[in-house]
Structure formats: C-alpha cells, structure tokens
Design a protein around this ligand. Structure first.
Ligand code: NDP
Ligand code: HSE
Length: 425
C-alpha cells in the first residue's frame, strides 16, 4: 500500500463483536468527521462493511447503515473475499482463536484487543500470520488507549530493554484507588468498573490478575523476544506461609490504609526483567510503592508502563487503560497502520520462541505488612531488628529474602500477607 495514493480503495473491515470496544470502534468508523480527519492526513479511511455478532437483530444503541452487513455466521465472514481486515473484539479463547486463525490463513489482516488469546496462542498466531504474509496487530491488547507496543518495537528499537513494569489493569487499579482513597467497598467498586466497561466479561480475569499476566506476556514478547507461557507467570501475593489469593482479591482495606500512613500505596504491578543469565524474570502481584512515585500516584483506570532500557534510561507510557472510547483509539490506529502497509505489531522483530519464565521472588526486597497480631506484648523481639519503618501495626523491613521473613513471621502469624516494596519506584 502506498500511503501517498489518496485514491486507493478503502480497506474493507469486518468487525466481530459489538460490545464495549466493538461499538466504540464502529461509531468512529461511521463518523463523518473522523473519516474526513483521516482523509486529510492522506490515508483512505477504512470502510465498515460487515459486523459479526451472536444476535444480529438485537438493538445495540448503534445506527448501522443498511449497507453494513450483519451476520451471526462469523466462520464464513472471516474468509469472505469482500473483507480485507477482520477486527476481533469478541474476547476469550474460543471462538475468537479459530476465527482469527482462519482469517490470517486465508489472507486477511487481523486487528485484535484480545490479550488472553495473544498470551495463550500468540506464538501460533504469529506463525500463521508470517506464513500467510498477513498482518496481525494488537495495540489495544495492552493498556487500552495508551500507545505502548508500537513504540517499544519502533521507537525503542535502538535500545536493549532491561525491564518493563507497570500498572496494566484498569479495573484493579480503579478498585484499589477507590478503596484506599475513599474507603469504598470492594464489591461496590467492582460493579462500577463493570458498568463503565473496564472489566472483562468475566471479571475474575481482572481481579485474579490473569488479564495483567496476559498483558505482561505480550510486553515480554516485544521487549525480550520471547513468548512467555502465560500460565507460568507468577500471579500471587506472597503470604507468610501459604500463597495468598492471586491478584487483588486478598488485599484488605486495613492494609491500604496502613500503607498510606507510611507514605506507601499498594498497586497491582506486572514486571518482567532481563536477568543476569539472559533469561527474563516476571511476576504480577500487589506490591507496595512510594505513594509519590509514578506507580504510586497512578490512580483510577489510568495505566502506566515503564520501560527501562539502554541507552535511553526510563521511559513511561501513561493514559486511559480501559473503556470503549479510549480503547477504540488503539484499534483504529492499527487499522490505519494496515492501511499504510505497516505490517504486524512485531514489525521487523524475528520470530519468538515460547518459554517458561521464573518469578523474581527469590531476590531480596524490603517488605511491607500489617500485623495487628504482632503488636504489644506479642511483638517478636527479632522483628525490631529487621524493621526499617513501623507504626503501631504496619512494618517495612530492611531488604531480605522471602525465606528469611517467612522464618521470622510464620511462627507468630502465618496468615500475614507481605508485599514486596519496589524501592526504586
Ligand atoms: P464485551 O463483552 O463488551 O463485548 C464482546 C462482544 O463480543 C459482544 O458484542 C458479544 O456479543 C460478542 N461475542 C461474544 N461471544 C461471541 C460469539 N461467540 N460470537 C459472536 N459474538 C460474540 O467485550 P469488550 O468490548 O469489553 O472487549 C472485547 C475485547 O477487547 C476483549 O478481548 C477484551 O479483553 C479487549 N479489551 C477490552 C477493553 C475494555 O476496556 N473493555 C480494553 C482493551 C481490550 P453480545 O453483544 O451478543 O453479547
Ligand atoms: N479489563 C481490562 C482492564 C480492560 O481493566 O484493564 C483493558 O484491557
């Protein structure tokens, strides 16, 4: 495609899914002002020619012109000769996976925001796209409307990426912020996140950190050249003895309050690092960070992705991490990139192997924890030796290994949840 060719035929788009994101994308594609703006920038605006949904007759608060075909025969739609690009906004592994695979294999480009599919089947889909010579683009899959994947591949191409970390789930950040700042109830804020279109169809994927793990896998593929097996990524909060529930489901309001009293915030942070041996390490868990740090001051649905690279240093990408309109920006950018002939999100990067990635909990950290049971007469004498900061029931330890803190706390209260303190954040 020659972007200077203003008379080129428009890309013919089939949109699968008319939910939160799909509807917002359709609205933009049909919007006259949006189309004129794209044309003014020298790109022929893509044409929405079909939508594929479960129930084509169900009213969706969206005026679709009669020229736009509606169908529930998605299997046929994705291989239709009248389609150039399939935009998959259904979510989940199936039928999305087979629809995307069929589209790619039959020579259609695909744009998707489906991080679950990419993290679990990305290496297979990448091979299919490479083999067929079609483009697979997925900017919307990480951090909603925040451009982060294409900049990692393109604008940071001259760097060695050493670490990627961030707040990549809007739902959980919205919940933690509202609980910490306004003392709101977990269930109440989760319902609000669902109403606003932030949460996944099954919100357990958000609160148990699967969604963040999927996004980290995609970031690692582009930053480190490996597709991590999503199920191998550690999603947990370390408890003293047993593993605490993964994600934010075990974070207590009391812990958020006591963290704030020590100038800390608890955030669900996903991070991956290039280890000394060349392998990446990764974890997705609630951690304590300084409240005034970039991570600590990122509230609500906002996402923040930091890339630490050589020679650039630290670069941050921040903005709306979920919601239909914000996310439509990333989907539309991918459509326009395809219209400009830019190929897949991985650009010139070579194919990536699928790998298992260890977590980083064996490294020494300072730890934050709240332990009402340890105060007063029950405070173990050896605890004062390791405390860097403390108030009546909240502690920050000096840097130490997980095993060492477990050994000190387990005999006293095995139910304590300890949070690694990201000192550099
Ligand atoms: P929704 O649940 O709001 O919408 C999903 C749409 O897909 C619905 O229209 C639904 O149909 C349709 N659908 C589901 N299953 C099928 C099926 N078997 N056949 C046909 N249609 C089907 O999801 P979102 O719009 O929120 O998310 C879509 C994708 O974008 C997901 O992969 C998500 O992870 C990703 N994403 C979402 C963001 C957000 O903020 N919401 C941000 C970034 C990415 P029906 O209307 O009939 O139920
Ligand atoms: N459920 C996701 C979130 C949507 O809350 O971040 C954006 O990927």
């Amino acid at each position: 495609v020659d972007p200077r060719d203003g008379n080129r035929s428009p890309l013919r788009v089939a949109l699968l899914g008319l939910g939160t994101v799909g509807k917002a994308v359709a609205q933009q594609l049909l919007d006259t002002a949006w189309r004129s703006g794209v044309a003014a920038r020298g790109i022929t605006p893509p044409e929405l020619v079909a939508v594929g949904v479960r129930d084509p007759d169900r009213p969706r608060g969206l005026e679709l012109p009669s020229a736009v075909r509606r169908t529930d025969a998605l299997d046929d739609l994705v291989v239709d000769d009248g389609i150039d690009v399939v935009v998959e906004l259904i979510g989940g592994l199936q039928p999305a996976g087979s629809l995307v695979g069929r589209a790619l294999e039959s020579g259609r480009h695909v744009v998707t925001g489906n991080k679950a599919l990419l993290a679990c089947e990305g290496h297979v889909l990448e091979s299919a796209a490479r083999e067929a010579g079609t483009a697979l683009r997925f900017e919307a899959s990480v951090a909603g409307g925040v451009p982060v994947l294409a900049p990692i591949v393109n604008d940071l191409a001259g760097n060695r990426i050493d670490a990627i970390r961030g707040i990549v789930n809007g739902t959980t950040n919205h919940i933690l912020s509202a609980m910490a700042e306004d003392g709101r109830d977990y269930e109440d804020v989760l319902s609000e996140a669902q109403e606003r279109g932030y949460a996944e169809a099954d919100p357990s994927g958000d609160v148990e950190a699967w969604d963040a793990a999927y996004k980290l896998a995609i970031l690692a593929r582009l930053g480190f050249g490996e597709w991590p097996e999503a199920t191998s990524l550690r999603r947990a909060a370390p408890a003293v003895v047993a593993d605490a529930p993964a994600g934010i489901t075990g974070v207590r309001t009391r812990e958020l309050e006591r963290a704030a009293s020590l100038g800390l915030s608890i955030k669900l942070v996903a991070r991956a690092e290039r280890g000394r041996d060349g392998c990446s390490r990764a974890s997705i868990m609630p951690v304590a960070v300084r409240g005034t740090s970039p991570l600590g001051s990122t509230g609500g649905v906002t996402n923040l992705v930091e890339v630490i690279a050589e020679p650039v240093g630290r670069v941050a990408f921040r903005g709306p991490g979920a919601g239909g309109r914000a996310t439509s920006s990333a989907v539309l950018a991918d459509l326009l990139a395809i219209a400009r002939g830019e190929g897949s999100t991985w650009g010139p990067l070579p194919p990536a192997p699928s790998v298992t990635i260890p977590d980083d909990l064996d490294e020494e950290h300072s730890w934050f924890f709240v332990a009402t049971s340890l105060v007063g007469a029950h405070t173990p004498p050896r605890l004062s030796e390791i405390a860097l900061a403390a108030d009546d029931e909240a502690f920050v330890t000096r840097p130490m290994a997980l095993a060492a803190i477990r050994e000190r706390l387990a005999p006293v209260d095995p139910s304590i949840t300890i949070y690694p303190l990201l000192a550099e954040a």
